[in-house]
Design a protein. Sequence first.
Length: 471
Amino acid sequence: MFKKILVANRGEIALRIVRACKEMGIAAVTIHSEVDRFALHVKRASHSHCLSKKPLEAYLNGWRIIECAKAAGCEAIHPGYGFLSENAEFAEACNKAGIIFIGPPSSVIAAMGSKTASREAMIKAGVPIIPGSKGNLGSIDEALSCAEVLGYPVMLKATFGGGGRGIRLCHDAAQIRQQFARVQSEAEKSFGDGHVYMEKYITNPRHIEVQILADHYGTVLHLFERDCSIQRRHQKLVEIAPSPQLEETTRKLLLDYAIKAAREVGYTNAGTVEFILDKDNQPYFMEMNTRLQVEHPVTEQITGIDIVQEQIRIAAGEPLSMSQDQIQYNGFAIEFRINAEDPQNDFLPSFGRITRYYAPGGPGVRTDSAIYTGYQIPPDYDSLCAKLTVWALDWPSALRRARRALEEMRMFGVKTTIPYYLEMIQSTEFQKGLFNTGLVEAHPEWLRYSNKSLPQHKAAVIAAAIAVYKI
């Protein structure tokens, strides 16, 4: 087993990995930028190194990160999610430097990073893919011809895209002519590759993903599925495990497809195979994420398996210690991404100082966060500041616990998505577990909440009144 690991990330996920290392008796070294010098992942680590005054460079300069790991005597690097976690060149550079990259081989990252290459791999594995172009589209004319065959609407997508970027929905030929160059440009700027391909657009599908674990000895296991259908502009907001309304035959099919996909590409470590389901419950492979997912806590809550610790054990060369039959799920878990955003102002980021923070507690409540009272949320990074996860034995109980936890949560000083979620979970669709990717857009009334009715607002008013009375 490793004695020391460098965590090449920041925020809540860096802190999550640091904690996993401590529980395994492994020293955790972190990195940070100048703006993150007071962050919790810096304070909780064995020690931390400031790699740059520039906010992003500290976490994106692979050469400097590797040199830091070597100087600190680290045997492995955990990339977390985002930043360099799905960068095949970084993974290969770690390997050449004699440092273990905690993730799949660089060749698998490269292959699955290409949406066209991953589609070809799934065809070989017998996993259904969304109808689309056979490869990259070289011109607008080629895109128009492909769209005529597929039928509108269609999606223009960046070949090496991810995170909801480099995607445009086109309902006719005019929109393809308008959007083709824009998608190419966005792909080049965001991913360093301007190639574009096309897929048939599936209207309001369900987005279901399967968590997998694979060791170096041929064992591939699934940890059941997560429903990630609640999205806004292709960005996940809420995740649920298991999917409340998924038929057992469909569940078994998705789990089998995920195992086939992993075996086809020679996958090792933790990964996620993402699918969409159309209105007829027909599943289609969408992509494979070759890293730890933001939403991994819901899977941990229903299975009792620490995915981060399993990642570390696999990377250290240990075989998986459980069989598929030993992995069972129990109850329901819901994760809310608490973003520092103002939902009523088009979800505009709301950065600033946290004047008061209180994480909810009690049975079945988990908070993954790296913020604290007095913490200054910098404008240089993603707006995610906490993940609130609740678990209960059945769906109605999970819903009641979710509401209680959201009402208990206090985060003053910035706008957050908490009041928006309180509106969302009271909807008929959420109560019945009827999710699809068009749900958020179909309910603009969720944005009409009043902060004055929130328990945290009432508490603030009372506190202010008491303060005035004392004066």
